[in-house]
Write a protein that binds this ligand. Structure first.
Ligand code: GLN
Length: 485
């Protein structure tokens, strides 16, 4: 049964189309697997009651010879900050505990249009603020490779579901690494597309000027197939207008890296650590496949985490101001409206990390301090973008390699009381968000039995070429097997 669940999206859809695979049986097996393992892993926070019927419909359409789409019958997991009609969208916050999506996010409706079926909504750090999934109001998810460890975050539930074969593929969102970080910790592929390539319509905003919905999958090819379905202009999100062509993400998967120049982000590679040594080995693998490899020194890279947290706090401060307990968060107490009790209850509806960001988000752009923090952070963002642009053009880089996260997955509770230490875990991922560039995490090796992914950051708009390099690195990665039996 497990072997069937691990099928690639293209083979699976072909099986459904030809009738050799039953989407309904496959969905039933997926739900059975969720029932068996998700108590321990906690990837999902809700399941779509229509999943089985949706799969049966795909089978009926296939039998009737109708076009069932390139993702026919694929069980899809959706991060709980992305709207899927008929499901709750809670952002794993008590503030949205009773909220149900009144519409599909564009990415979700396009995946449904391509034949995928929503299985359920996945666990995440509240409002996508965090890197371990421990800040979920529903309790943490666990890493399928070692359930004492975090799966990464904030799209931790989606990564767990993909890794543990509790879905075929998933959507996450990436503001500063939330697709790539859990992809690395759970040994799957995760792409943060070029800013504007994927519509944010239906994604609950955290820091809208930098975040993107991204695919999470078991192979680079599957991630490319999801991109082909979700990318492209959307009248509901004007930032998609400059995003370039919609399809073609699989166009370069077989190209290899011969003749390309790959930079190694020297400041992010600490060869005194196992993860740093793994990054050197990854660079060596690309070199032996024909790429030229050069060390790149981004002198201002140290500014990126500070700039990221100032800018995201400011944007979160305004985006989350709508949760005012009038339009959202209001629940009439059973014994009628009682102002005092209601306000007390409302105060605790946001968890500690979100409260911290809201306070910061009120402070940094405030009249007296904007010049000290927010404007400086915007300047730092410009400096980082021009530094990256000039390195890429002067060295002729196709992409920049680094470890996705500086460390392998750590234990639950290990870093939760040290927010600054958690912020540092984003040091290799936030640059892509601040500069709008695409970046992908590819499983590469195990360190001490735990997954370690490598990040490749590409040129803006060249997501397909980046996936081509990612496919080459994927082919050179160590054999890792699957985590849960
Ligand atoms: N860890 C980062 C943060 O907390 C990134 C989160 C994300 O990408 N959504 O903001």
């Amino acid at each position: 049964m497990t072997a069937g669940l691990a099928l690639g999206l293209a083979e699976y859809a072909e099986g459904v189309r030809s009738g050799s695979v039953s989407a309904e049986e496959h969905m039933a097996s997926t739900l059975e697997r969720i029932a068996r393992h998700d108590g321990a892993l906690h990837a999902y926070v809700s399941l779509d009651p229509g999943a089985l019927e949706g799969a049966a419909r795909v089978d009926r359409d296939a039998r009737a010879g109708r076009d069932v789409g390139p993702l026919a019958g694929a069980p899809l997991a959706v991060k709980d900050n992305i709207c899927a009609l008929g499901c709750p969208t809670t952002c794993c916050s008590r503030m949205l505990g009773s909220y149900r999506s009144p519409y599909d996010a564009t990415a979700v409706s396009r995946l449904r249009g391509a034949g995928a079926i929503v299985v359920g909504k996945t666990n995440m750090d509240e409002f996508a603020m965090g890197i371990t999934t421990e800040f979920s109001a529903f309790g943490p998810s666990r890493n399928p490779w070692d359930t004492a460890r975090v799966p990464g975050g904030s799209s931790g539930g989606s990564a767990v579901a993909v890794s543990a074969l509790e879905c075929a593929a998933a959507l996450g969102s990436d503001t500063g690494g939330s697709v790539r970080n859990p992809a690395s910790f759970c040994s799957i592929v995760g792409l943060k597309p070029t800013y504007g390539r994927v519509s944010r319509h239906g994604l609950v905003s955290y820091a809208n000027s930098i975040e993107q919905i991204g695919p999470m999958a078991r192979s680079v090819r599957d991630a490319a197939m999801l991109m082909d379905a979700i990318a492209g202009p959307d009248p509901m999100d004007d930032t998609t207008r400059l995003a370039g062509p919609a399809g073609g993400h699989a166009a370069h998967l077989g190209d290899g890296v011969e003749g390309l120049t790959v930079g190694v982000d020297a400041r992010a590679v600490d060869e005194t650590t196992p993860v740093g040594r793994a990054a050197r080995r990854a660079a060596g693998a690309l070199e032996s496949l024909g790429a030229s490899v050069v060390d790149v020194d981004l002198a201002h890279e140290g500014l990126s985490v500070a700039a990221y947290y100032v800018i995201t706090a400011a944007e979160a401060g305004s985006n989350l101001a709508r949760y005012d307990n009038i339009r959202y968060g209001y629940e009439m107490p059973a014994d009628g409206y009682e102002h005092g009790a209601y306000v007390t209850a409302a105060r605790s509806r946001l968890g500690p990390e979100v409260q911290r960001r809201m306070i910061l988000g009120g402070f940094v752009p405030s009249a007296g301090h904007a010049g000290q923090y927010y404007l400086k952070a915007l300047r730092a963002r410009d400096v980082l973008a021009s530094e990256a642009d000039s390195s890429f053009s002067s060295l002729g880089l196709s992409c920049l390699l680094s470890p996705t996260v500086p460390v392998p997955p750590f234990r639950l509770g290990e870093k939760i009381d040290d927010p600054v230490e958690l912020f540092r875990m984003d040091s290799n991922t936030v640059l892509a968000n601040l500069t709008g560039r695409p970046a992908v995490s590819v499983p590469f090796t195990l360190c001490g039995g735990l997954p370690v992914g490598m990040q490749l950051m590409g040129r803006a708009g060249e997501d397909a070429r980046l996936l081509g390099v990612a496919a080459a690195l994927e082919g050179a990665a160590d054999e890792m097997g699957v985590p849960v039996p």
